[in-house]
Design a protein around this ligand. Structure first.
Ligand code: E4P
Length: 217
């Protein structure tokens, strides 16, 4: 399973990269705005910087919602770096844009996936990734993990190359359950990734080993 970090914060991206387990980065307009990035040049520069930190797929989301504008914007984003993945929303014009980029050999990530039907359409249009939003489904009392299972079955039935990029991760349990189901990728905030490290028995055991090590020296 690939690990992506879901942030536009450069310090967090560097920290995850330094861990040595990072395969890519996802961003969205809300995450970019949170870092105070605004204006076309600043946005393009920020993506360029992320590409220089991480050697992996970097999702950069289009801001527009019409086919013509999305393909213009996506072409500009893709020109930044070969690792840029153009992130396209799950709307009718988005499906057409996915097909356009697929025909051009530009990688895409279809975002805002909340149903198996949406994932199927995106895969048919040639998306490289679909991003089902687990946490936002859980937030409205719908089982997000069930959606991951449905998409896994459908993609396996027809051997779609499209990868399931589980998004809107809220906890380490989301990551573990995605791994059990067979999501290809998780994209997560740094804290949920770091929380995978924690176990009280590890802390207790290490404290004992350190204490006993002192007796040996
Ligand atoms: C990633 O591609 C998504 O934009 C992101 O995971 C959404 O997460 P949120 O529901 O926590 O905003």
């Amino acid at each position: 399973m690939k690990f992506f970090i879901d942030t536009a914060n450069l310090e967090q991206i560097k920290e995850a990269q330094d861990l040595g387990i990072l395969d890519g980065v996802t961003t969205n307009p809300s995450l970019m705005a949170k870092e105070g990035i605004s204006g076309k040049e600043a946005v393009l520069n920020h993506y360029k910087t992320i590409c220089e930190i991480v050697d992996g797929d970097i999702s950069a989301e289009v801001l527009s919602t019409t086919y013509e504008e999305m393909i213009k914007e996506g072409d500009e984003l893709a020109a930044i770096h070969p690792n840029i993945v153009v992130k396209i929303p799950m709307i009718k014009d988005g499906i057409k844009a996915l097909k356009y980029f697929s025909n051009k050999g530009i990688k895409t990530n279809c975002t805002l996936i909340f149903s198996a039907g949406q994932a199927l359409l995106a895969a048919k249009a040639g998306a490289n990734y679909v991003s089902p939003f687990l946490g936002r489904l859980d937030d409205i009392s719908v089982d997000g993990m069930n959606l991951i299972e449905e998409i896994r079955i459908i993609f396996d039935n027809y051997m779609f190359d499209t990868e399931i990029l589980a998004a809107s991760i809220r906890s380490p349990m989301h990551i573990i359950n995605c791994a059990k189901i067979g999501a290809d990728v998780i994209t997560s905030p740094l804290d949920s990734i770091l929380n995978l490290l924690n176990h009280p028995l590890t802390d207790k055991g290490l404290a004992q080993f350190v204490a006993d090590a002192k007796k040996m020296s």
